[in-house]
Design a protein. Structure first.
Length: 536
């Protein structure tokens, strides 16, 4: 227990303060802006799951990381400091996630209705009891939906959304007006590696099973109704309502029928929130208990000496155009900006639907070849979700650091756009009805150029030996995953890589001459510049 009091003061207490402030402030802002004032209506998964999951990393990185570095940690495997940061972030994220679930359910009031028509005259609520009603099971709306999930899109998900009209009484079936609906979702997950005929066979069986379950259920047995918000399921139910041929819905309010006492709707979320934070705090304390202080770093912090290097500035520098890293930064910023606009438009976060991607400019043969040739370019700036974007931007960052200084801004930009378009054309050639998006075709084009320059000795020999194997592994791994049927567009990858490799071979003689001329003019300065550029 070396200097335990100082550990508590300098590291443990700041962790508690950061954790409590993050949970309280974010939960309050979520309640005020989204629930209370309803200033805008983003996807619930974004504000209640994904932002709470990632946002603790920011205060931990800014305020807690410098204090974690006061510890003397061994680095046998990986970066122990990074592991401490990750744990602290997760220890805050878990109670923050629980807090959002508790806040949404706790802030919802229960309104009592005599009949469903009164929903028009009352202030909107999340929960309702209903005295007189009739559920019309004979005139329902149905919508089927499919998506992929999991690592490398290994899972294929089938959904059936069923919307049942809520009427005041059976006589209202003679009318064509419906004020609200009950939603029921059926879903099934299978391997995405199955061929289309197998998927179709499984879906037909899934539809029959869902029909049998629907026929046996009594949807009039419920205690209260729970309003479905802006979720992917909500979008599915709205589509189902539009498919109902009998009723003209004045509202698209859809509810889940809950058959349990309303007093149980919060469950034990409040206790779980404190319990999760408490468990995280205890484990964090144990982490600190057995770690020793770095005396020099501790004295610097106590004396107020700031560290020379700012990690935050280093991270943000990757998004700022600068000499030798100009076009790469702009491309990254454009991809991220478009992704964020799509997220805040309510289209999703971890994944987007194919229909939405088509609206935004995805590559799709029936549309592209019908005169919408601009999709060959716009599709290269779209991504299927956060993981897709992150993987592509990481790959772009790696190759851009080394390749852009060697090619120069103009050729780098021309190659990126050209190989991206060629990759889109290759995807059209091999796929008749596939929605294709992503910067990976253009990025593979850059890797093709990079590979050509490595093989033609444009880079120093030691550099080429080091990065040739890693580049081949990167290319080979992605191509193998594509051939394994993981939802990766190998046609675009191969088209981009081959075209990039050819362009690299064409440019390599001129690049070699330019390098030799510059080395003759400024031999010492040039070698120094090469070393600096390669290390960055």
């Amino acid at each position: 227990m070396n200097r335990l009091a100082e550990k508590l003061k300098l590291i443990f207490v700041p962790f508690l303060i950061i954790g409590v402030c993050t949970v309280v402030v974010y939960t309050f802002l979520n309640w005020l802006i989204i629930v209370r004032l309803q200033l805008f209506a983003p996807k619930e998964a974004i504000v209640n799951i994904w932002i709470p999951f990632f946002i603790p990393f920011i205060p931990v990185f800014i305020w807690l990381k410098p204090r974690i570095k006061l510890l003397k940690l061994k680095r046998k495997r990986g970066d122990a400091y990074y592991g401490y940061q990750m744990f602290a972030s997760f220890a805050i994220a878990i109670p923050l996630l629980v807090a959002q679930s508790w806040m949404v359910s706790a802030s919802g009031t229960l309104s009592n209705l005599d009949n469903i028509k009164q929903i028009e005259t009352q202030n909107q609520s999340k929960y309702y009891t209903l005295k007189n009603f009739y559920i019309d099971k004979n005139h329902i709306g149905i919508q089927s939906s499919f998506d992929v999930s999991g690592k490398h899109n290994n899972d294929f998900n089938m959904h059936l959304f069923v919307a049942l009209p809520i009427l005041e009484n059976k006589e209202d079936t003679l009318n064509s007006v419906c004020f609200a609906w009950i939603g029921k979702e059926y879903k099934k997950q299978v391997s995405n590696k199955l061929d289309e005929r197998e998927k179709e066979k499984i879906f037909q069986e899934f539809a029959r099973e869902s029909q049998n379950d629907f026929n046996q259920q009594d949807f009039s047995r419920f205690v209260y109704l729970d309003r479905i918000g802006n979720t992917d399921a909500g979008d599915g139910f709205k589509a189902a309502i539009k498919n109902d041929l009998k009723y003209n819905s004045l509202h698209s309010d859809v509810f889940l029928a809950v058959n349990e006492p309303f007093k149980n709707h919060n469950g034990s979320k409040f206790a779980w929130m404190f319990g999760a934070f408490g468990i995280g705090a205890v484990v964090w304390f144990l982490f600190l208990l057995f770690a020793k202080f770095d005396e020099g770093a501790t004295e610097q912090l106590i004396s107020g000496v700031a560290p020379k290097k700012s990690d935050m500035k280093e991270i943000f520098s990757f998004f700022l155009p600068r000499e030798g890293f100009y076009i790469t930064a702009i491309i990254m910023d454009l991809n991220i900006l478009i992704f964020l606009v799509m997220v805040f438009s309510g289209l999703g976060f971890m994944s987007f639907k194919s229909d939405d991607l088509l609206v935004w400019g995805a590559n799709f043969k029936p549309l592209t070849t019908n005169g919408e040739w601009w999709r060959l370019l716009t599709s290269t700036f779209l991504h299927g979700g956060f993981i897709h974007l992150f993987a592509n931007m990481y790959g772009l960052l790696f190759v851009g650091i080394f390749l852009e200084p060697r090619l120069g801004r103009t050729w780098y930009a021309i190659i990126y756009v050209t190989t991206g378009i060629i990759a889109s054309i290759a995807s059209l050639y091999l796929h008749d009805a596939t929605v294709s998006i992503g910067a990976s075709g253009a990025i593979f084009g850059l890797y093709g150029v990079f590979l050509a320059l490595l093989l033609t000795n444009i880079f120093p020999k030691d550099f080429s030996k080091t990065f040739l194997s890693s580049t081949l592994i990167f290319i080979g791994y992605n191509l193998i995953m594509g051939f394994a049927g993981s939802g990766i567009d190998n046609a675009a990858h191969i088209g981009g890589m081959v075209s990039g490799f050819i362009l690299g071979l064409i440019l390599s003689p001129q690049l070699k001459r330019d390098a030799e001329e510059l080395a003759l003019e400024h031999p010492v300065e040039k070698r120094t510049k090469d070393i600096t550029t390669n290390e960055e």
